[in-house]
Design a protein around this ligand. Structure first.
Ligand SMILES: *Cc1c(COP(=O)(O)O)cnc(C)c1O
Length: 224
């Protein structure tokens, strides 16, 4: 356990140092970039040393999995913030609103409607990101690039959702920089301040393009 605690602190420190270097190079203000530690597939006993080492913001991609491991951790650490970063089905909206603090994957009208209804019912108005299919990939979730700005407006005006940013997962096997730059441009057009982009392999590039949230999994927790 001591070993585990030490290695959690070391790994977090290493990622935070790299983030800080990228932030300085980009010239973003201090505290401008938040680390979302993506803990999917890892059990609570692996995650806990990272919480003990000071990490407070985590990302999970499945509602069911989050439900199994997070309520216990939250009871122990009430100041955690949990982001949903995976696709949401409308029949899971209730559980998602109860479990998470930020929803990063609003990507279609039906989900916007379901979330708005659940947030009103639960009186829990969570900040949301709109996920953009930045590479126009058939198999990927996200609003088409051409619809992104209008969709943000629609979510705000019709559903009253608190859309704070855009999120994307660029195509595999291509330089991510241009996709991140594109998301940043869309964010400016949509009038949102936050950008969730960058994973283990490219978070420094994302920070250089203006990411405010990087979602880092394997570089922190190891191979899944
Ligand atoms: C798994 C996942 C990540 C983290 O990926 P790593 O390459 O392990 O850092 C980030 N974002 C989303 C949406 C994910 O599903």
């Amino acid at each position: 356990m001591a070993d585990r605690a030490e290695s959690a602190a070391t790994r977090l420190d290493y990622i935070r140092t790299r983030m800080e270097k990228a932030r300085r190079r980009f010239g973003a203000p201090p505290e401008a970039v938040e680390l979302v530690a993506v803990s999917k597939t890892f059990p609570a006993e692996v995650i806990e040393p990272y919480i003990a080492a000071g990490q407070r913001v985590f990302g999970e991609n499945r509602v069911q999995e989050a439900k199994e491991k997070w309520p216990g951790l939250r009871e122990k650490y009430p100041d955690l913030s949990l982001h949903l970063i995976g696709p949401l089905q409308s029949n899971k909206a209730r559980e998602a609103v109860a479990l998470f603090d930020v929803i990063e994957t609003v990507d279609r009208e039906k989900i916007a409607a379901a979330l708005a209804a659940e947030m009103a019912r639960a009186e829990r108005h969570l900040p949301c990101f709109v996920q953009v299919n930045i590479g126009g990939e058939e198999q990927k979730a996200g609003v088409p690039v051409d619809d992104a700005v209008a969709f943000v407006r629609h979510c705000r005006e019709v559903y009253g959702l608190d859309i704070v940013g855009l999120m994307c997962i660029p195509p595999d096997g291509q330089p991510a920089g241009p996709y991140f730059a594109h998301l940043a441009a869309l964010g400016r057009m949509a009038g949102v301040e936050r950008l969730s982009m960058g994973m283990s392999g490219d978070f420094e590039t994302a920070i250089a393009m203006g990411a405010t949230h990087v979602r880092v999994g394997s570089a922190i927790f190891g191979k899944r």
